[in-house]
Design a protein around this ligand. Structure first.
Ligand SMILES: [Zn+2]
Length: 308
């Protein structure tokens, strides 16, 4: 049987995996994607890695970029320094007529969770990844939603605050500016509350998202305030998305999603204030994604099943 290969392309490395008929990764390979080599050289290295896995029948790529509608050309992958690059055309020089599918990396992770993770068994799945930024994907009736014009699904750049905190995208008040791990780190760094400053100093001096939850567990009220604001922003974002998209389940991935009850209990409680029709239909469950870094590889390998 020919192999199904998924590639999760990141700024530091590309993770390659062979995915079997049970949607499990059975072979794995990591290829550095260091800066300083050209797009063509990187693709050549990736193609070599893909072909070394065996008799490849299909390849899927999750890419940290928006894609040009219709052509799947990478518009701008900041981490890789790629602008207007045609991955499919470049790969075809090495892979011949092996079919290649390309999607945004957060979309690929959502597809992975849909087939093999916490979204298994549902037809319409919303996922948000709470990491350095806020990404996400949406599967609607078994198909990956890429927008009517193909420009993709960018929940992190939904404005939740007029004239709010500046975002990396150039807008202000994006969900990402409030609900990412970077937002937590920013709030911890900006805090002038002595008890919280002391807590950060005692724990190495460099704020992390995990540190916020540790401080809350120790009863630090300044940390609790930051967490309350974080949950509020996330609840506004999820509530709006649920009101519009009506998924059957909401998955949270990324580092912050592992925070447990400190995050999920208040978040679930706030959905009644942010979801339209809550009194009648409630809110879908909000649960952690389960596959971690494997989601992107598995999802990439399964892209042909969900792309229209
Ligand atoms: Zn933004």
């Amino acid at each position: 049987m020919k192999l199904r290969v998924g590639v999760d392309l990141g700024g530091m490395s590309a993770k390659l995996g062979v995915v079997n008929e049970n949607n499990e990764i059975v072979a794995h390979k990591v290829i550095p994607t260091e800066h300083g080599i050209t797009f063509e050289e990187t693709i050549a290295k990736l193609a070599e890695g893909i072909l070394s896995l065996g008799d490849v029948g299909i390849v899927g790529f999750g890419v940290p970029s928006s894609l040009m509608p219709g052509s799947d050309i990478v518009i701008y992958a900041n981490n890789l320094g790629w602008k207007n690059k045609d991955i499919k055309a470049e790969l075809a020089k090495h892979l011949g007529d092996i079919p290649v599918y390309v999607a945004n990396d957060a979309d690929s992770a959502t597809v992975g969770e849909y087939f093999q993770g916490a979204g298994r068994g549902y037809q319409s799945v919303l996922m948000l990844t709470l990491g350095t930024g806020v990404g996400g994907g949406f599967i609607y009736n078994g198909h990956l939603y890429r927008g009517g014009n193909g420009c993709g699904f960018e929940p992190g750049h939904m404005t939740i605050q007029v004239d709010g905190v500046p975002c990396t995208c150039g807008k202000k008040g994006c969900l990402e500016s409030y609900a990412s791990a970077s937002a937590i780190i920013r709030e911890l760094s900006n805090s002038e509350v002595p008890s919280l400053k002391a807590f950060i100093a005692e724990n190495g001096g460099k704020p992390t998202a995990r540190m916020l939850f540790d401080a809350v567990r120790q009863g630090n009220t300044a940390a609790q305030d930051i967490l309350d604001n974080y949950v509020k922003a996330l609840a506004v974002g999820i509530g709006s998305l649920v009101t519009i998209l009506r998924p059957q389940i909401v998955l949270l991935g990324g580092g912050v999603s592992a925070a447990g009850d400190l995050l999920y209990r208040p978040l679930r409680a706030m959905m009644k204030d942010t979801v339209f029709g809550y009194d009648v239909i409630g809110c879908p469950e909000i649960v952690p994604a389960t596959l971690g870094n494997d989601a992107g590889i598995i999802g990439a390998a399964m892209l042909d099943h969900v792309l229209l």
